[in-house]
Design a protein around this ligand. Sequence first.
Ligand code: THU
Length: 132
Amino acid sequence: MNKELLMQSARQMKERAYVPYSKFPVGAAILLADGSVINGVNVENVSLGATNCAERTAIFTAVASGYKKGDFRAIAVAGDTKDFLPPCSICRQVLAEFCLPDMPVYLTNDKNDILELTLKELLPYAFTDLEM
Ligand code: THU
């Protein structure tokens, strides 16, 4: 699957976001090694800190579906923002737990441009090992 299709999947997913507080819907789409796509949306809570971002929802859904470290090939993230919407720092850390540093991360803006980064570019010097 190409990045445009993966981003389309992330974009469509925004409709399912539960965002009564921020009114800021985000959708994510993860491409797995077997070609499957698993999606996520942000799910907010009146206790705001209990909110889960779209990227983490997608990662956790993939893990709960049986996918393992090394099965993650790319992630696309879509919001309704003028500029490219980047994953928050907590999501970057969660991505670093399951995805290789060179994995592509696709961001988009309101003109439907796609910015391709790597996870390593988003989170250099990631903390991934307790045995340091
Ligand atoms: N959010 C995401 O789901 N992903 C991002 O990359 C950035 C922020 C959510 C969290 C919250 O529901 C809303 O966007 C506003 O911060």
